[in-house]
Design a protein around this ligand. Structure first.
Ligand SMILES: Cc1ncc(COP(=O)(O)O)c(C=O)c1O
Length: 472
């Protein structure tokens, strides 16, 4: 929206339909107005209370924005004279030197920093076997240094692909040949290989509603026509997808544990999805990001493990099981499309860094990976149950979901504002509404990963979150 009482020079756009946090949007508008000179040095910004009321956001959100501008020396607090634009903009603040990180703001943050409490998509920082891992990496670096100076296999090292094939047979009940496997830098590269090989441009694709924002964005960037299909307590409503887009080229799904609701696709829906794909020649891309980390009961076998598997491109990653900083994942392609994916990998995106691959091969081969998974499952289950007790005390109705919790909020609540304020206080919950494509479907709530809630921080971080929620 553009509001009328702020100085005419500032046009503040607040788009509640995007995944970009509202505070980032307001910050970007103000920052641009200052850098462009539309807000002159010394000019007073509207009071936090006024601006919040005009934009329909929480006062805390504006406070976070003003604090950020103060930290950047673009404005200063002048006591009773309000918040004013700095007389001299800091050096290096010329427009052509401004950070070009806009697209990153919407996603997993903060990048390249220690994970924050409640931050989704990151394993336990304190429980990673760092010393063991360092030794394995050293050995891999040495082995690689004396190896041939030649191009590596773009599909990934044969030893690693063989280890992954054996691991998937045990943990995901999949029968695949190592040549069906392509090693990638993570889920996202796997998705890119699949979308490029299947030529999705201009074709309809089912996505889960709600669903992983980066998956949705990947489809937008590759020119697919997105068909959101609602997810309920049984997972994807396959019958809705068939009714609205029976001729879709593919469905992008997280059937094992839906992201972010955590539900497993029911056996009936699973059958219906596979039958639709077989009958129409559609593809299913299975995002198995939490395949090995099912905390309740036994994980259902992968979609790529049984009847209909010839229509399923399975994508896994070591991002949740080891670390996203590792940058390692894999695609398992059905035989009929494996060579198309291999060609894309060879031409556009070959498997990453060989030393990482060699180290992970040893980690798998020597049984460390399975042990680590077992330990992490026990640790996360314990952290999740402790957190559930804490959070339910101030957000009743909170449920477990994957490696975290979902705390539902009323539709009138602004979950993005709570997230912005929490970020300012060192916590990183996520807003459920940002995972929806359509505003009319969007539920409000907080997504709270428990992986980094330790005995020594859980009480304090839950208390801080309770204060923030109460103030809203
Ligand atoms: C739904 C979902 N899929 C996959 C991934 C893993 O992505 P990557 O391996 O590219 O880090 C994540 C990470 O947060 C995720 O949330």
């Amino acid at each position: 929206m553009t509001d009328s009482n702020t100085p005419a020079a500032i046009s503040i756009q607040v788009d509640r339909a995007t995944a970009v946090p509202i505070s980032d949007q307001i910050h970007a508008s103000l920052r641009r107005a200052i850098v462009d000179g539309r807000l002159a040095p010394g000019q007073r910004l509207p009071s936090g209370r006024d601006l919040a009321a005009q934009l329909g956001v929480a006062r805390g959100t504006i406070r976070v924005v003003y604090d950020r501008l103060i930290a950047e020396n673009l404005v200063f607090g002048a006591g009773s004279a309000g918040t004013r634009v700095s007389a001299q903009l800091p050096a290096g603040r010329a427009d052509d030197e401004s950070p070009l990180d806009g697209p990153l703001a919407a996603f997993t943050r903060p990048y390249s920093k220690a994970p924050l409490p409640f931050q989704m998509g990151v394993p336990a920082h304190d429980a990673f076997p760092a010393k063991l891992w360092a030794r394995m990496r050293m050995r891999a670096v040495r082995a690689d240094a004396v190896a041939f100076t030649a191009y590596a296999d773009p599909r990934g090292e044969p030893e690693l692909r063989a280890q992954i094939a054996s691991h998937l047979a045990v943990s995901r009940q999949m029968q695949c040949h190592p040549d069906q496997i392509i090693v990638t830098s993570g889920y996202r590269q796997g998705l890119m290989l699949a979308l490029t090989a299947l030529r999705v441009h201009g074709r309809k694709v089912w996505i889960e509603e709600p669903g992983y924002p980066l998956g949705r964005r990947a489809l937008e960037l590759t020119g697919a026509v997105i068909e959101p299909v609602l997810v309920d307590a049984e997972g994807l409503r396959v019958e809705d997808g068939i009714a609205s887009a029976p001729d879709a080229l593919l469905a992008l799904v997280s059937p094992g544990q839906h992201a972010p609701l955590g539900v497993t696709l029911s056996p009936a829906r699973r059958r219906a999805l596979l039958e639709w794909a077989v009958a129409t020649g559609a593809w299913i891309i299975e995002d198995d990001y939490l395949g090995e980390l099912q905390l309740d009961g036994r994980a259902a076998p992968a979609l790529a493990a049984g009847e209909g598997a010839e229509r399923v491109i399975h994508i896994g990653a070591f991002s949740k099981t080891m670390s996203p900083a590792l940058g390692l994942g894999f695609v398992v392609a059905p035989r009929s499309v494996a060579e198309r994916l291999v060609e894309v990998a060879a031409a556009l995106a070959p498997a990453p860094n060989r030393t990482t691959q060699l180290a992970v091969t040893e980690f798998l081969e020597d049984g460390h990976f399975l042990r680590h998974l077992r330990q992490m499952k026990a640790l996360y289950a314990e952290r999740r149950s402790r957190a559930l007790t804490h959070i339910n005390a101030f957000l009743p109705g909170t449920l477990t979901a994957g490696l975290g919790l979902i705390a539902p909020l009323p539709l009138s609540a602004d979950d993005s504002a709570i997230v912005s304020i929490a970020r300012g206080r060192g916590l990183a919950p996520s807003a459920l509404s940002a995972w929806y494509l359509c505003r009319s479907h969007a539920q409000r709530g907080l997504l709270l990963s428990v992986t980094n809630l330790r005995t020594d921080n859980i009480d304090a971080v839950c208390e801080t979150l309770a204060e923030i929620v109460a103030a809203q």
